[in-house]
Design a protein. Structure first.
Length: 364
């Protein structure tokens, strides 16, 4: 197996035996624990080896990870690279071992790794050591880390140091960080600089930031621009649904999409239809796709075509594919061509495939 897996290496039987023997020696301070254990592998009984439990990549139950002795965090990373130390520190944090995570980050931090500085600052802030959190965020921000700029700006804002907070938030916002754009907008709005606040909210909202959309909607509503305010509020609700869906939180995604769809947001209708269809509620999926399609959503038209085709309703499938294709939906052009070809209308099929190809879809 070693020869097959690592064929590029010249590993002799002597090398392998020496490696196993080394792995069978207990680490200093670890009692009798060794990296590999000797076990009987098969019947008839053949002696082999398996890794010690703590070295296995997965746990029996991902929700109840095995406890790891404190010495292992350090013994296992004595010669580790900074990247590995960063990864192990992350693992320590998610296992609830904050002190180990802080200690493991020291080497990459001292080597100038700004991501490590950012995360060390987060750990220290969480532990209540705000002064040292600020110190590391400043070092990372001075080296150009936008995440550190945002955290530092937020910390300074909370403390009332608005000038320094604005400086760091502007640096991060100018680098494209949407969270910084939102927080800069909030700071400016607090100071009454509404035109600048609106500009930054708009930048973040145009990049899909749901909270910026909501804040922009509130600002517009306060000055009486109700139609535009409603548009941004709906976009915020829709994007909250997208965010929950990306996180795997289907129930909350459905809740937010339902709210946006009920208020007339066509993309929310289309997404809600997909979610309902995936869980087998075809009737309600069809209803939402129909509503979105009638408003002009080509994705919903295409999905209706797929649905009708899948259940043998070829006339309805053709009708929806045609509407979507006429509106420029390239996948619909291809599928319409396929459907026409299946029923023997080769000339019409080729015309649609050609249109799809010209629009950037390769076709069958």
């Amino acid at each position: 197996m070693v020869d097959t897996r690592y064929s590029a290496y010249d590993i002799t039987d002597i090398d392998l035996a020496a490696a196993i023997a080394d792995a069978r020696l207990p680490l200093e301070g670890a009692g009798a624990t060794t990296a590999v254990d000797s076990v009987w592998l098969t019947e008839p009984r053949i002696r082999g080896y398996r890794p010690f439990d703590y070295l296995q990549a997965s746990d029996d139950d991902p929700h109840t990870p095995r406890p790891i002795p404190e010495t292992f965090w350090y013994d296992a990373t004595r010669s580790a690279t900074d990247d590995i130390l960063f990864a192990v520190a992350t693992g320590a944090y998610f296992r609830g071992n904050q002190p180990a995570a802080i200690r493991l980050l020291q080497k990459p931090v001292n080597a100038g790794d700004t991501s490590a500085m950012l995360n060390l600052g987060l750990l220290l802030h969480e532990a209540g050591d705000v002064a040292n959190a600020e110190r590391w965020w400043r070092r990372a921000a001075d080296s150009g880390d936008t995440g550190a700029m945002v955290n530092l700006g937020n910390l300074l804002h909370q403390r009332g140091d608005l000038a320094d907070a604005e400086r760091w938030l502007r640096c991060a916002a100018d680098s494209g960080d949407t969270g910084a754009m939102l927080n800069l907008g909030n700071l400016l709005r607090e100071r009454g600089e509404l035109a600048d606040a609106e500009r930054w909210y708009l930048h973040a909202a145009d990049s899909g930031h749901a909270e910026a959309m909501a804040n922009l909607g509130n600002l517009l509503r306060e000055r009486g621009e109700l139609a535009d305010a409603e548009t941004w509020h709906l976009s915020a609700i829709f994007n909250l649904g997208n965010l929950h869906r990306q996180r795997g939180d289907v129930a909350d995604a459905e809740l937010w999409w339902q709210r946006a769809a009920d208020a007339g947001h066509t993309d929310a209708m289309a997404n809600l239809g997909i979610l309902l269809y995936e869980r087998g509620d075809v009737a309600h999926a069809e209803r939402w796709w129909q509503r979105a399609a009638e408003i002009g959503d080509t994705g919903a038209m295409f999905n209706l075509g797929l649905m009708f085709y899948g259940r043998g309703g070829f006339a309805d499938a053709e009708r929806w594919y045609l509407r979507a294709a006429d509106a420029g939906h390239t996948d619909a052009m291809t599928n319409l061509g396929n459907l026409l070809h299946e029923r023997g209308d080769v000339a019409a099929a080729e015309r649609w495939w050609q249109r799809a190809a010209e629009a950037g879809e390769a076709g069958p």
